[in-house]
Ligand binder design. Structure first.
Ligand code: ATP
Ligand code: MG
Length: 446
């Protein structure tokens, strides 16, 4: 993409309404525009990041054997009356009446609708296990939307639902989700710690939240600091191997890690040596629930068992805050000049800065680099504006592309361009051809 043809409305001023760094940087970098309290347009740069996060979520869900579909944002109130939640959910639920006087709601979550789909089409244990998920906009009329996309009213969520014959099978689905979530966050360059949580309006006995440690987080967290160092890394995972999946869950949940809702001071003191005890703040980027037959029973989602009787299925639901993750990623990856995107989610991977637009040699070298890099499948933003070098560097630093290639007449006279890492600030000079090879090599593994 050439910047002169792109739409990147960066702001020079720091917006006064933004209280936390991710909100400020998203506004300054031209990623979002607020349309109403807690409701945002995703401008092109922000939209690219959102799509990258979605792609990773889809890949990891499907790797775990979960099946994508798409349900609507509007739902008939009828389904919610069946489960009893139409009245229970309270004021966060946006209720709408259509021209025929029928009650609708803008979905805050989809347990009822997915249970309705299930009961219409599945009648036998032979069709289990089944996990369906979608990535769809949700609406919750939050009393205090704030911190930009972190607590919006309209927000993008991945929500998945498992259907199993027995509690034991459903607990395997729960564990599978935990592991697939750990992989998902890790691929984005985030450490999200599973913490035992209280259940809230979705209900259920077993539930974990995934928290990214950050001072600006809304949850208070209590944990053993060794839990923050755990990594899945590149290990092979067989999602059908119950014991192996359960063992990974045990590894990531045996150290103390809880939110204020479930924190137990005595257990904290007994289980965690003082040197490892930490109290901090975290951003909730996901939550998994096992809730048994809470919806299948009132809604009549039954299957025949191998013995021939009919039983309500065991279910769970599992959510990832896709749009909130954009903010959480920035909270975790920035400096005083701007965002520092991990390569896997960056809106573009490489930025080309032409120090002297209009100089024949510099223009030609930039064009060559642009073609060479895009030809290797790398997403490039070429700053081809007629601007001072300082302004171009400031824009690149603000929008946080992982790599910058700087091209100027002086370097070119010696046959060189410069590659700079946004993260480390380290630079290296080499020929334009070598720069293409180097970047393609560095990015091949992502
Ligand atoms: P919170 O406690 O932050 O209000 P929640 O526990 O009500 O969230 P869940 O029902 O668990 O939310 O939804 C799954 C995920 O969706 C959450 O872990 C969070 O990442 C995201 N999410 C929930 N509410 C919002 C919101 N208002 N804006 C952005 N993301 C949200
Ligand atoms: Mg939650």
């Amino acid at each position: 993409m050439r910047l002169t043809r792109y739409f990147l409305p960066v702001l020079k001023e720091t917006p006064a309404e933004a209280q936390i760094v991710s909100h400020r940087l998203m506004l300054r970098a031209g990623m979002i525009r607020q349309q109403a309290a807690g409701i945002y347009s995703w401008l092109p740069l922000g939209y690219r990041v959102l799509r990258n996060i979605e792609r990773i979520v889809h890949e990891e869900q499907q790797r775990a054997g979960h099946i994508p579909l798409l349900m609507p944002t509007l739902q008939p109130a009828e389904l919610w009356r069946e489960s009893g939640r139409y009245d229970d959910y309270g004021q966060e639920m946006l209720r709408i009446r259509d021209r025929h006087g029928r009650d609708l709601i803008y979905g805050p979550t989809n347990e009822e609708m997915i249970t309705d789909i299930f009961r219409a089409h599945v009648t036998s244990y032979r069709d289990l296990p089944l996990t369906l998920y979608h990535i769809q906009w949700k609406f919750r009329d939050e009393i205090r939307p704030r911190f930009g996309v972190m607590r919006g009213r309209e927000f993008l969520m991945k929500d998945g639902y498992n259907f199993d014959l027995t509690r034991e099978d459903a607990l395997h689905a729960y564990n599978r989700h935990m592991v697939s979530y750990l992989r998902t966050y890790e691929r984005m360059g985030l450490t999200a710690i599973p913490m035992r949580a209280a259940s809230g309006p979705i209900g259920g006995d077993d539930t974990h939240e995934f928290l990214v440690l950050a001072q600006t987080g809304e949850s208070q967290v209590f944990y053993d600091d060794r839990v923050a160092g755990l990594k899945l890394g590149r290990r092979e995972i067989d999602y059908d191997d119950r014991d192996a999946v359960a063992a990974i869950c045990a590894e990531f949940t045996s150290l103390y890690a809880r939110t204020d809702e479930t924190h137990d001071e005595a257990a904290f003191a007994a289980q965690v040596p003082e040197a490892h005890r930490r109290v901090g703040r975290g951003i909730e980027v996901g939550q998994i629930f096992y809730f048994g037959t809470k919806y299948s029973e009132p809604m009549g989602a039954l299957v025949t068992t191998p013995e021939g009787d009919r039983r309500p299925v065991h279910m769970g639901s599992h959510g990832i805050g896709v749009s909130r993750l954009v903010g959480a990623l920035i909270e975790a990856h920035h400096d005083d000049r701007g965002i520092i995107w991990p390569e896997s989610v960056a809106p573009f991977t490489v930025g080309i800065v032409n120090l002297k637009q209009g100089d024949a040699a510099a223009d030609a070298a930039c064009e060559g680099l642009y073609r060479g890099l895009t030809g290797r499948g790398i997403e490039v933003l070429y700053d081809d504006r007629d601007e001072r070098a300082g302004a171009k560097f400031a824009t690149m630093d603000l929008i946080g592309l992982p790599w910058r290639v700087t091209v100027g007449p002086r370097g070119l006279a010696a046959g060189k361009v410069e590659i700079t890492s946004r993260r480390t600030g380290e630079s290296e000079e080499m020929s334009p051809e070598a720069a293409v090879d180097r970047l393609a090599g560095l990015l091949a593994g992502i």
